[in-house]
Write a protein that binds this ligand. Structure first.
Ligand code: UGA
Length: 434
């Protein structure tokens, strides 16, 4: 099938590459001419394990093309995916101006039946708005489908090639058939495709992300309570997760959730609830608890240093909002840095993948180290903010030699408590014994 993808951000690029990998001819459109040129030359604009290989393979196979001109490719495609940004407006609601402006353009260019697919996370009712916008410009037949994306950053290739399910929101039989054909390689291998109406599909995405945000936040509260009563959250997590109604995943406590999705989607669902006069109380509490959780270790650090962080040298391992990504949007590391700097601390950080993005935001307000051990030179304590694999089994002796004091605050529960035994380190993690 011939497919156009409008927008080559995270979702658009991964969706386009995946659809090419499934054997379709895919035209990716973006208004950023420089980015389009770079992609044509084979440069992947995002960091994502395994993506580059798949991207280059499909360019070489002449299944993946890039252009700035939607006019050039629209006529060639039966299906048009919209993967455009929906940033939060000032009040937290999703800004649909990019989506609707492209819908307008499509309406003006439409010459024959096409399926327009909303791939971005968009509020309930957006498919209707896209339909109205296109219909105001043309009398040609078309369908609008909601087909939300569930991939995780850092696992984009894995998740997009092997999704837990495909959700297709459309009541048009013609559109359902076309979508079923696109995803046939998945259904052939047993991946379910679930058809529903557009609104239910749009809400499924928000409900799934918000539920996971609540799940993590609930576990963070349990972890904080474990500390009060002397329980161990690792044990509680295993005990709870073994019930397959609960499951083991997304039960890992830490310094809060971040990234470009959970915070934005929780906010947007609260906001769209309010517009209907509906209060998502559980989500409001989740936001509040998560906000406090992100900086929970700052007060522990302050307590350790008896309220005085002036001139204290803090080493930080990890800046990305989670491992395997260079993304720092809503990263807990940034909240910690801001607060620690305000309190007079000096920070040296190490994150070889996300450093450049942090430099663009913070410049030289903090120092950057080239490897995990040189970060520790003369440090009063170490704060771990991202769970990169390279931190999992460090040389504690070497760490002790480098650091001024043997003190670790671990926001990601990287180490088993046994690893620290006999090392002489003070070790504070989340929900476990100090
Ligand atoms: C999330 C969802 O997992 C995807 O299914 C969804 O498609 C995506 O949002 C989206 O809407 O585009 P992502 O933001 O890439 O994916 O990252 P996650 O792996 O879900 O992690 C989100 C945050 O939760 C991170 O800050 C992570 O550190 C935190 N987390 C995750 C925990 O604190 N504990 C856990 O057990 C799991």
């Amino acid at each position: 099938m011939n497919i156009t993808i409008v927008g080559t951000g995270y979702v658009g690029l991964v969706t386009g590459t995946t659809l090419a990998e499934l054997g379709n001819t895919v035209y990716c459109v973006d208004i950023d001419a420089k980015k389009v040129e770079r992609m044509k030359e084979g440069v992947v604009p995002i960091y994502e394990p395994g993506l580059e290989e798949m991207f280059l393979r499909n360019i070489q196979a002449q299944r993946l093309f890039f252009t700035t001109d939607i006019k050039e490719v629209l006529g060639k495609s039966e299906v048009i995916y919209l993967a455009l940004p929906t940033p939060p407006g000032e009040d937290g609601s999703a800004d649909l101006s990019y989506v609707l402006s492209v819908a307008n353009q499509i309406g003006e260019l439409l010459m024959e039946y096409k399926v327009i697919v909303n791939k971005s996370t968009v509020p309930v009712g957006t498919a209707d708005k896209v339909r109205e916008t296109i219909a105001s410009k043309t009398s040609v037949e078309f369908d609008v489908v909601s087909n939300p994306e569930f991939l995780r950053e850092g696992f984009a290739v894995e998740d997009s090639m092997n999704p837990a399910r495909v959700i297709v929101g459309s009541e048009s039989e013609k559109a359902q058939e076309i979508m079923a054909k696109i995803y046939q390689p998945f259904t052939n291998t047993g991946i379910p495709i679930i058809f529903m109406d557009e609104k239910s599909s749009e809400l499924t995405k928000y409900a799934a992300n918000s539920f996971l945000a609540v799940k993590i936040t609930f576990m963070n509260e349990i972890a904080n309570y474990c500390e009060k009563v002397g329980a161990d959250v690792d044990k509680v997590r295993l005990g709870m997760g073994s019930d397959d109604r609960i499951g083991h995943r997304f039960l890992f406590p830490g310094i809060g959730y971040g990234g470009s999705c959970f915070p934005k989607d929780v906010k947007a669902l609260i906001k769209s609830g309010k517009q209907e006069g509906f209060d998502f109380q559980i989500l409001e509490a989740t936001e509040e608890v998560n906000h406090a959780q992100k900086i929970i270790l700052v007060s522990e650090i302050e307590k350790y240093f008896e309220g005085n962080l002036k001139g204290k040298k803090i080493a930080m391992w990890g800046l990305a909002f989670k491992a395997n990504t260079d993304d720092i949007r809503e990263a807990s590391s940034l909240d910690n840095i801001k607060l620690l700097l305000e309190k007079g601390a000096e920070i040296t950080a190490y994150d070889s993948i996300a450093e450049e993005n942090v430099r663009n935001v913070l410049g030289d307000q903090i120092s950057y180290a080239q490897d995990m051990y040189s970060t520790l030179e003369n440090a009063d304590c170490l704060l771990i903010a991202t769970e990169w694999s390279e931190f999992k089994n460090p040389n504690f002796e070497l760490m002790a030699q480098k650091m001024k004091s043997k003190v670790i605050f671990d926001g990601r529960n990287m180490f088993a408590l046994e690893q620290l035994e006999d090392t002489g380190f003070f070790y504070k993690s989340i929900g476990r014994k100090t």
